[in-house]
Design a protein around this ligand. Sequence first.
Ligand SMILES: [Zn+2]
Ligand SMILES: [Zn+2]
Ligand SMILES: [Zn+2]
Length: 301
Amino acid sequence: MTEDTKEKGRRYAQFLESLPQDDRDKLNLESLRIAENEHKNFRIMFRARHCYLCEKSLTSFYLQQPCLHWLLNPKGFKKEHLPLIAEKYGFFQMQSYLRWVANEESYLKNINDLEDEGTGKLFEVTIKYKKIEWSFSCSENDYLGHKTTQHSQHPHYHLQMRIDKRPFINYSDFHLGFSDYEIATIEAMKIAPNTVKGRFAFGESIGDFLTAYEAEDIVRSSLSTDAPDDAAIKIDTLIIADEGKTISGEEIYAIYEKSKKKGVTIASLAHEMPNSSAQTFISPGPGVVDQAPRSSRKKKR
Ligand SMILES: [Zn+2]
Ligand SMILES: [Zn+2]
Ligand SMILES: [Zn+2]
């Protein structure tokens, strides 16, 4: 069964790869336009504290009508209700919704799917909104199906939900199955990663941002912050004196003062420093949500 589905995904990826770039661009643009409309609708409703899917209040809970807004923990929602929404919406849609929610509070820094902070799984991402934090996790083993129970043999993923940093749903509570469509999509992503990208329009993470833009553009468009502990991006500047020259403390201080006054980063002004060259290093800032580990292995930022 699963093999057939995987084969379908592989054939779909081959089909996409065989298309001329022009046609592929058109398809991408089309799906972006659809996402744009949906997101606009989501945002208007969300800011009025309503759900764009069921059109009810975000705090409402009707057992007969499973909806993604349940993940925002309305009164009445319990962990045993999770499979109802997981089955109805699936891995990608659940994640996309939560990414949109997270970016409503603060763009980029509430979504961490950084590879080098992860543990090498197929999918691992932590998403945060206010006091709630959701993490999706799918290892190669989960995707292949580990053979401990009937349920876990099917390709699946795990979800953790924490409220106020306290466990509400644990990774080990559920083996949430991928649908056939999702399996085909994942298979297509695996064999043609450059053509079939797992992108979430308007649900960009800090990692998506850092890979999409050149360091120079980030420096130019970044504003410095008075709350560095909260920053989404960390910009470090290394200023090196030209050979045989020195840089005085006053010169550095002058740049520092100017950056504070103008509210721009030191990196964007470094070129004004005489007799020196500057190198800039960009990395995720301390304000980025941490990935919630599933195994005990965890890297520190
Ligand atoms: Zn809803
Ligand atoms: Zn598993
Ligand atoms: Zn398991």
